[in-house]
Design a protein around this ligand. Structure first.
Ligand SMILES: NC(=O)c1ccc[n+]([C@@H]2O[C@H](COP(=O)([O-])OP(=O)(O)OC[C@H]3O[C@@H](n4cnc5c(N)ncnc54)[C@H](OP(=O)(O)O)[C@@H]3O)[C@@H](O)[C@H]2O)c1
Length: 350
């Protein structure tokens, strides 16, 4: 097969670096353009990437000259654009890219737009049907799809199998989010060391609203959201990578702890069925040990593409509770978008 030519926006940032890392070794995709702010433009990637991964910058991108983020600067033969732009910049620029190019965005700017799929390939692949409506209404040759906030990505993989089998009426979720979720310049050591930050701007609304959109069913081109009560608390903790949530659920139908374990452990979606290159064999791993999951031990399961659930037990107030952890920069960010791209390719959108 011909390789699919991809560009990365926000390529020098934390999420951009994970895109660069995964895509440098990808069997289908080839990085042909890297874009960032005007300050980085015109310089070699290795001199402007604030490289923070614990492996070297891939050889094939070191000498690429970073361009300013502008669709007019992009090679016209680019097949797909991954965006890891800050949300404010994404709001202005992503529609301009989508006029001509196919864009998958990690930014929050268009996640809640009615015409934009908010995709998790194992959870709501049927939302891709919005692409055609979006292209028609906006008169775009390209399209824009988004994937969820990092915490929502991790949470949803644990919720969806239970939601499908037993129904979910209410959720109480508390996140303990890693420092790298705040981007390269997110937090000073003095703020987070020996500490917990009890508030992350906008995060609780995202966890609630995105969950309802993702679980929505499409009727006449519109997403009809389910009726689930969600109470979210999002905190930042001194962990480098890996977001963890403590979750309690009220179920529609009664379920035992064993039934929940089996449901989660056997869950598979379209990426597994299609054998996509980045798809983990199982997207949810269930651990029985009393002291798991832990972000440091479990975030890299299946190359960071699976989430790990443990401490599944009865909840004295609702019905069931558990802890889930996953890699915010991989399953919650770049890896999620790359899995979207693989699905888009297999489904004939690229
Ligand atoms: N970190 C996570 O776990 C995570 C997870 C899910 C989603 N996200 C979302 O992904 C996006 C990127 O996050 P991040 O953590 O990678 O942030 P980051 O480390 O701060 O990187 C920001 C990137 O955006 C570029 N940029 C900044 N201002 C720009 C401008 N005016 N024009 C064009 N490019 C500009 C930067 O380029 P320069 O180097 O040239 O300044 C850099 O490449 C955000 O929308 C974030 O909310 C992050």
């Amino acid at each position: 097969m011909d390789r699919i030519r991809v560009a990365i926006l926000g390529a020098t940032g934390l999420v951009g670096q994970v895109f660069v890392d995964i895509l440098s070794n990808h069997p289908w995709f080839e990085i042909v353009e890297l874009m960032a702010s005007k300050e980085s433009a015109g310089k070699k990637y290795e001199t402007v990437a604030k490289w923070a991964l614990n492996k070297p910058i891939p050889e094939i991108v070191r000498d690429i000259t970073v361009k300013e983020t502008n669709p007019k600067e992009l090679r016209s033969d680019v097949d797909l654009v991954f965006s890891a732009l800050p949300s404010g910049i994404a709001k202005e620029l992503e529609p301009k890219f989508a006029e001509k190019f196919k864009v998958i965005s990690k930014a929050s700017a268009y996640r809640m737009d009615n015409l934009v799929p908010l995709l998790i390939p194992e959870v709501n692949p049927e939302h891709l049907e919005l692409i055609e409506i979006q292209q028609r209404k906006n008169k775009w040759d390209g399209f824009l799809i988004t994937d969820p906030n990092c915490t929502t990505c991790i949470f949803m993989l644990s919720l969806k199998p239970i939601y499908d089998k037993f129904g979910v009426e209410a959720v109480i979720a508390t996140s303990m989010q890693a420092i790298s979720g705040a981007g390269y310049e997110g937090l000073y050591a003095m703020q987070i060391h020996d500490n917990i930050i009890p508030f992350i701007k906008g995060e609780e609304e995202k966890l609630k609203n995105e969950t309802l959109k993702i679980l929505g069913r499409i009727e006449d081109g519109k997403i009809i959201k389910p009726n689930i009560k969600i109470s979210a608390t999002c905190t930042r903790v001194p962990v480098i990578h890996g977001h963890t949530l403590s979750v309690s659920l009220k179920l529609r139908d009664k379920a035992t702890v064993d039934e929940i374990k089996k449901t989660l452990a056997s869950f598979k979606g379209l990426p597994q069925e299609l054998n996509l290159p980045s798809a983990p064999k199982y997207p949810v791993i269930v651990r029985d040990e009393i002291n798991r999951p832990q972000p440091r031990l479990d975030r890299n399961t299946y190359n960071g593409m699976a989430v790990t659930v443990g401490r599944i037990r009865e909840d004295e107030v609702l019905d069931i509770k558990y802890i889930v952890t996953g890699h915010n920069l991989v399953r919650g960010a770049a890896g999620a978008s790359i899995l979207d791209a693989e699905l888009l390719y297999k489904k004939g959108y690229l």
